[in-house]
Write a protein that binds this ligand. Structure first.
Ligand SMILES: *Cc1c(COP(=O)(O)O)cnc(C)c1O
Length: 539
């Protein structure tokens, strides 16, 4: 088969960009040819544009020769390259099954290539003859996703091979979910069928969605054209290193658990009255037809379970697509669809600490995801005012009740409030303390305050603050040193405080506000901030 004649003439004849490393493959020496910063920090040099090391590792795992392999910034890069290599914008067309993965159509639109969508059978079967009939002499690509997203089914190998054998363009088989399938991969057929491009990914079974690594396997001429068209350094060194580490981990037990959970989830869902049909799945998700998909989607969302509403997709009326999660997550899906109202999945970050000594009785309650207070009363008006700053500027819920031997002096109350507050904060944070350092600098009129906080578990206290008066309100200024030193120790954190200004009230207030702002950063819970919650475990 003449693959070059299928490619666009400009791509076939392309003189690709030649990198410094393409032009000189010497391994050792002074590399003064790529305008890099010469000082080694691990990442100052350009990465291998051919990804030789990662490819040879994947080659061993998948049994595909390196010359038949392309690694992209996710499968999406490989999908886009199929268009850029084979389709003349405004002239050529492609054929795809429907419904299927939405990126083929988006990539077609971006490349100004028209797409002919051929509906699957009512049972989601592959319409082999209709797909072939939809082609004409300008059809360059045909997309078949197997197992298909969102229907979940894999198509029989012989049917896909029949397409490969009869179609005069490039057949792109997207096997993103092949590791969950009982059907065989087509990757073993790329030498027999030179017009076959098999897409796989490290995003699903291999658990590396965040690294963005997609794979294509095909005839070496196709892969050579992909290599010429891709951006020279499309995969970062950090991504390659991380992937090589993770690829040495065996995911087979995770995949096996996902597959057994898929069976359990399908069986249990099928018993529920609101479920009309659970489609058979060769992937790590289930397409579930329910009564009132929109309403149930909302109920799941209220219970903090996020699924994909596919009810507007062709032939998927009433369907939700549910990814198979952990056993506990799957239990939760079953509970909600079964009509139960499970408790919040988001762990509460609250704590109450009570401390009673002969000198003081103190009770502090914090909710890091709450807001406001049910009262702050330490008997020291100025301290109350300062703790109020933490409530507002950290954006947390905080209640402090303290009574102490203020008739003796303020010392015990200040120090014990700081200890109990610190213990309550750290208890509410649980084991989700990051090793990150947080800090905040705050100008307040003529004063400025800076607080640096490091929740890494070491305790060091640095205090660079000078007050000019003996008291601010009813609090002796020397007590702020005691307060923050005790607070930092109780939180097991490094705490650096510096502040200056003419007005002691502003200086003290600035310190409390800057502390509150640093705390706000430290306790923030965000979807894309993976490092802070759970993943690192206990420090
Ligand atoms: C998830 C998925 C992919 C993977 O895309 P990446 O860009 O590699 O993360 C590819 N194809 C289909 C059908 C998918 O569902």
């Amino acid at each position: 088969m003449d693959i070059y004649s299928l490619a666009r003439p400009n791509i076939r004849n392309l003189a690709p960009y030649s990198t410094a490393r393409d032009e000189c493959q010497v391994k050792i020496g002074s590399f003064l040819d790529a305008n890099e910063n010469p000082f080694n920090n691990g990442y100052n040099r350009y990465p291998d544009p051919r990804q030789a090391e990662l490819k040879s590792l994947i080659s061993r795992i998948k049994g595909i020769p390196v010359k038949n392999m392309f690694i992209g910034n996710g499968s999406d890069e490989a999908i886009d390259l199929c268009f850029r290599v084979f389709c003349e914008p405004g002239i050529d067309n492609v054929v795809s099954i429907a419904p299927t993965y939405g990126m083929y159509k988006v990539a077609a639109d971006i490349n100004n290539v028209s797409m002919r969508e051929v509906p699957l059978g009512k049972d989601f079967s592959l319409p082999v003859e209709a797909l072939l009939a939809a082609c004409d002499d300008r059809t360059r690509l045909m997309f078949v996703c197997s197992p298909n997203n969102p229907t979940g089914n894999a198509f029989p190998l012989d049917q896909i091979l029949r397409l490969a054998g009869s179609f005069d363009g490039m057949l792109v088989v997207d096997e993103a979910y092949i590791d969950f399938s009982s059907e065989q991969s087509l990757s073993g057929y790329i030498s027999e069928y030179q017009n076959l491009i098999v897409l796989q990914t490290l995003s699903k079974a291999y658990g590396m969605a965040a690294l963005r690594l997609g794979l294509a396997f095909a005839d070496e001429r196709t892969m050579a054209m992909f290599a010429n068209v891709k951006y020279p350094y499309n995969i970062s060194l950090a991504g390659m290193e991380k992937a090589m580490g993770l690829l040495r981990r065996d995911v087979s037990s995770e995949v096996a658990l996902i597959m057994s959970e898929r069976t359990r989830l399908a069986e249990e869902l099928a018993k529920l009255p609101r479920v009309r049909k659970v489609w058979p799945s060769d992937a790590n998700f289930l397409l579930v037809e329910v009564d009132d998909a929109r309403g149930l989607y909302g109920e799941l969302l209220d219970a903090q379970v996020i699924v994909r509403d596919r009810s507007k997709v062709l032939n998927c009326g009433g369907c939700l697509r549910v990814t198979v999660g952990t056993p506990a997550e799957n239990d939760r899906v079953l509970a909600v669809i079964g009509g139960l109202k499970p408790e919040s999945v988001v762990e509460k970050r609250t704590a109450t600490v009570v401390r009673k000594t002969r000198e003081t009785q103190i009770e502090v309650t914090v909710d890091l995801d709450g807001k406001g207070t049910d009262g702050i009363d330490t008997g020291l008006k100025f301290l109350d005012h300062m703790l109020d700053q933490i409530v507002h500027h950290a954006g947390i819920y905080l209640t402090v009740k303290a009574s102490g031997d203020l008739e003796v002096d303020e010392h015990h109350t200040m120090e014990d409030v700081a200890i109990v507050l610190g213990e309550a904060l750290i208890k509410a944070l649980g084991d989700k303390r990051g090793i990150e350092r947080y800090g905040f600098v705050l100008p307040m009129d003529e004063s400025k305050a800076m607080v640096l906080m490091d929740l890494g578990g070491r305790i060091e206290f640095v205090w660079d603050v000078t007050f000019t008066r003996e008291y601010v309100g009813d609090v002796p200024t020397e007590m702020f040193w005691h307060f923050f030193r005790s607070l930092g120790a109780a939180m097991s954190c490094n705490l650096h405080v510096s502040a200056d200004g003419k007005n002691d009230h502003h200086v003290a207030e600035g310190i409390f506000k800057a502390f509150a702002r640093a705390l706000k950063m430290a306790v923030r819970r965000e979807q894309f901030s993976y490092s802070l919650p759970s993943s690192k475990g206990v420090l």
